[in-house]
Design a protein around this ligand. Sequence first.
Ligand code: FEO
Ligand code: CA
Ligand code: CA
Ligand code: CA
Length: 598
Amino acid sequence: TYKSGKGARGLRFTPVAPNTADAVSVPEGYGQNVVIRWGEPILRGAPAFDPDQQTAKAQAGQFGYNNDFLALIPLPGERGRQLLVANHEYTDEILMFKGYDAANPTREQAEIAWAAHGLSVVVVEEERKSGKLTAVPRHPLNRRVTATTEFRITGPAAGSDLLKTSADPTGTKVLGTLNNCAGGETPWGTTLHGEENFNQYFANSSRATDKRYGIGTGASERKWERFDKRFDVAQEPNEVHRFGYVVELDPYDPTSTPRKHTALGRFKHEGATIRLTADGRPVAYTGDDERFDYFYKFVGSKRMKTGHSRAVREHNLSLLDEGTLYVAKLTGDSPAAEIDGTGKLPSDGEFDGSGEWIPLATATADGAVSHVDGMTAEEVFVFTRLAGDKVGATKMDRPEDIQPSPHTGKVYVALTNNSNRGVGTNAKADEANPRNANKHGHILELTEGRNRPESKTFGWSLFLVAGDPADPATYFAGFPKDKVSPISCPDNVNFDSYGNLWISTDGNQLGSHDGLFGVATRGERRGELKQFLTMPNGAETCGPIVQDRRVVVSVQHPGEIDGATVEKPASAWPDGKGKIVRPSVVAVWRKDGSDVGV
Ligand code: FEO
Ligand code: CA
Ligand code: CA
Ligand code: CA
């Protein structure tokens, strides 16, 4: 491992070596604290966490389970405070309830799980002398959104027959959000949250459209259909059409109704991130996290307004309702014969090529138009995967988080892995996904035509081909491989203020726990990748935020190892032996009071 503390600005720390410690391991000279844990009360009146006496009512006022995406947004007028917004992707009942019987969950357990899903908004306060962050319970802006909070469905599919149910004949109101994975912040002061693996909550489907989304023919894993028939596709066929969207929340208004934006399409949205056009229109990038699925962008037609009045905020909350949804098609520039599936670079020395954004449908104030033969616009927005299939989009190795660089506009697409690439009759390696049985994943760097986010064409190259740097089938943007940390399964990505890309991993295949890495994207140190922290047993790193004073991460699903239960935990994190394992948010800062990595 690269031992030097020197490196690109913002990355000057001694890398953490790969390890399997049951701890959050950070570089020498850095400190850490748990900002908030699953079950900590955040709303007025919520009780202290008691895992043996948990109730749905208590959970609805407490921080949810399995925090994933995180945003820290300014809180003007309250010195040293910011608003933390967190996704709660899913529940792991066997690690939440003593003696959990997966075949026979109780109603109370199901309702606790509903309340542990969704989003949290919680004010956090920084310690003056360090980067430490602590939660401020009972703040009036604190909020929980759960699987039963009312949402408004907006955009071109709102009110469609495909979205009408017996509980909502208007097709515009839905209860809850599920499986919120990654997300993004908007330039107009809201947050976006991807509804990812929503299929797992629904039971008893027999339709081909549902099959394409992985919705099962039998009982669901959590058996929620026993307690609310909307999760039973046989009884309530359209409820499942109301999940799988990008959700928008106004964290500054705890009374606001969050929205589901149908114009960004319906699939297993990992997240959504925004870049503005020169004339102020939003362009949203969003990946569909499944092996051999696609990545997309939405180009809005309405311009953002500045200001804080109610009318301005209401206008900006409608920006993602009108515009065109595109899917990506990529073409390599090297002869196909030179892509042999091993990761060996082609003779031009790069995995690279050109790309096209294929339009799928356009939503306007007067209605929507399909660009896909044989599908109506409503069908494109609700069965978006089928539209991508029809137009021949490029099948990728699990498109996860996507992040445009605020410095250069280049867009980074994390592709976690795809062990099925080239296996059997599956699609074989191509220049954009150059390894068969891709265990370690890669990161694609996309440059829009003339660097305009609304362009219909783009160039691309692989920035990182992950794995052990000693493995010849890896690539670190050309940086010397004896000076980088090993990395496997890139998932969430974000930028620091120096333009370095930070990458969290999910499912490390190199024998180490998951971690967080920083990598320079520009200058002579481009490709210099260093590990900043590692996770406790069983945990995935999510939601990285890199502020000058601190790094904030989600420690998601600690202790999630086959066979583990509440009684037989696989981790003692964060509170030590004998205490229940709790997914939590962690802040990491420099003990000498300086900024991170300078
Ligand atoms: Fe929930 Fe694609 O990670
Ligand atoms: Ca993720
Ligand atoms: Ca090439
Ligand atoms: Ca993931």
